[in-house]
Design a binder for this molecule. Structure first.
Ligand SMILES: [Zn+2]
Length: 389
């Protein structure tokens, strides 16, 4: 075993001696090939004194993801060794920690430091690796879910930036926009006045036609013996004509006013304001595209979340691996007393029975068989990797 030949992207921290590293690598090399991926990227940390892990900072969800993240699985804090998995996403990125901690005492003076359950440093390490293996599928899918979350953050941040750019542009254009709005309002008013004058002209035109029609009808009626009011009928004709000319002039004058104002407005729109306005339109389009992109991250995130749920019971904060292990133990009606420690933690922390079993699976499968053939078969047959719900 060459402890420096560690190709699984692990880092070694603390004052590991070469002998201790070799011991640890021996444990790692005993793992079945299918389990080794669980230890990829794990920080192997030797510490002088174990300290209780700090509270986990909660992930920050972007506003476009009205979601709840599954609660992390329960883990047992040991004073001699511990495996810590935490993953947090903020607007800046995903922070994932897979930290394996073993105390100086456990490595240098194992007999004294360990409980009755674990005889030496290698079993201590193997026990912790058992915890890692139990969480393997959960961790991998949790990572994918957080990567999806990160993508959602990224698009949301981009949208937010674009939104502020639109706001800044609108702010910059505020005075010109007011000028434009004022001109446009005047064009609108002039258009309404012109339309009104046109309607009045058309009404006058109609009145003139009606006067002529009435005059002609009177001629016809006189022939049949009637006596029309000729002075009134005659008076209507010239007066209507004058009104008609006035109305037409008013309409044409207002039309000219409107055209002039519209020209001024359009001229204004073509200049700096037009350029700024085009820029605002462009920025708005970019913003809307990013809003859609941010909204589109919801589905991939939910899909990744379902992938987590396929191997992890968030309500019980228990991996399916552990749940299936418990079911097997219950079905086989075996005791949890493979070690006093496993027995002590059963049934509240069944992960300890799992971890103790895994340690013996690596170092003494006979111990598993002596405890229960079903337990031996479960590990020898790879049943402990069952992620099904
Ligand atoms: Zn444990």
């Amino acid at each position: 075993v060459n402890p420096n030949d560690d190709r699984n992207n692990r880092t070694w921290r603390g004052s590991w001696t070469e002998v201790e590293k070799t011991l640890a690598m021996e444990v790692l090399n005993r793992m079945p090939a299918a389990d080794r991926v669980a230890m990829d990227g794990v920080a192997m940390n030797k510490v002088d004194q174990m300290s209780a892990p700090a509270a986990e900072p909660a992930s920050v969800l972007p506003p476009n993801l009205p979601e709840v993240l599954p609660a992390a699985p329960a883990s047992t804090w040991h004073t001699i060794a511990h495996f810590r998995y935490r993953i947090t996403t903020t607007g800046l990125g995903v922070v994932e920690t897979k930290e394996f901690m073993v105390s100086r005492a456990a490595l240098e003076n194992p007999k004294k430091s360990l409980g009755e359950s674990q005889a030496d440093a290698q079993l201590t390490i193997a026990h912790e690796i058992g915890h890692v293996v139990e969480k393997q599928a959960y961790m991998a899918r949790c990572r994918a879910m957080h990567d999806a979350l990160r993508e959602s953050h990224r698009t949301w941040n981009a949208y937010e930036k674009a939104r502020l750019e639109v706001e800044a542009q609108v702010q910059k254009m505020a005075s010109a926009q007011r000028q434009y709005d004022d001109l446009n309002q005047r064009v609108t008013a002039a258009t309404a006045a012109k339309n009104q004058a046109y309607d009045a002209y058309i009404a006058a035109h109609q009145a003139a036609q009606d006067a002529v029609t009435a005059y002609n009808a009177a001629i016809e009626e006189e022939r049949k013996g009637a006596k029309p009011d000729w002075p009134a009928l005659k008076a209507a004709l010239p007066s209507t004509k004058a009104t008609l000319a006035d109305k037409e002039k008013a309409w044409r004058d207002l039309a000219t006013t409107m055209t002039t104002l519209a020209g001024r407005r359009d001229e204004f729109a073509k200049g700096d304001f037009g350029v700024a306005n085009a820029k605002a339109t462009e920025l708005r389009a970019a913003r809307d595209q990013l809003a859609a992109a941010a909204a589109a991250t919801l589905d991939p995130f939910r899909a990744a979340k379902r992938q987590v749920a396929a191997v992890y019971d968030a309500e019980r904060q228990q991996t399916h691996r552990l749940k299936n292990f418990v079911a097997m133990v219950t079905t086989a009606a075996m005791g949890a007393d493979i070690t006093p420690y496993a027995k002590k933690e059963w049934p509240d922390k069944p992960q300890e029975f799992f971890a103790e079993s895994y340690a013996y699976f690596l170092f003494s499968p006979e111990t598993l068989r002596r405890h229960s053939p079903a337990l031996y078969d479960y590990f020898a047959g790879g049943g402990y990797r069952n992620d099904a719900g």
